[in-house]
Design a binder for this molecule. Sequence first.
Ligand SMILES: [Zn+2]
Ligand SMILES: [Zn+2]
Length: 188
Amino acid sequence: MKQQDGFFQDDSIRIHKEETNGILEIENDIPFKPHYGNNFMFKFCDGQPQITIGPHWPLSLCVIISIMIGTYFISATIYIKSGIWYSLGSIMSGLILEICFLRVFLKNPGVNFTLTKVVKTEKSCQPCKLEKEQGTYHCYECDICVRGYDHHCPWVGKCIGEGNIMEFQMFLLSFLLFFASNLFLVMI
Ligand SMILES: [Zn+2]
Ligand SMILES: [Zn+2]
């Protein structure tokens, strides 16, 4: 028996089918290996990752720490100037901003393995071995296909697609709220 990619060739198809709940269609007896690209994926549900962390996560880590430090200094300034209740408002806006950022940072942008199969058609993506739907785009930073691709955001560390576009818009809103409320609190 010949060993291939850590599996014995005879068992490879069976193993892959078991791993992915049989959602993969395998043609030409080619053992299929899901293409994860440069993303880190966790918490699989029905073969789909619920959590993905992109290749630019160190930049996201800087954003997370910056929000904490920024909130600390701004709320301390407001506390000295106007008292505890005003500084609590500032801390709340920082907390909302942090939660909104973490949501978009963690959520799957639209990586989907349901339609994955070994295909060689015009519309297919060869690295991902995925038959592309309309609106699906292969991101070369993440090296993976994303459904409803919007753009690749280095701050979030990965793509913005149909899976996390709502969270991304909420994050932009929370940033506006953070900026406006703290400006107001500093000025009064
Ligand atoms: Zn692709
Ligand atoms: Zn990307």
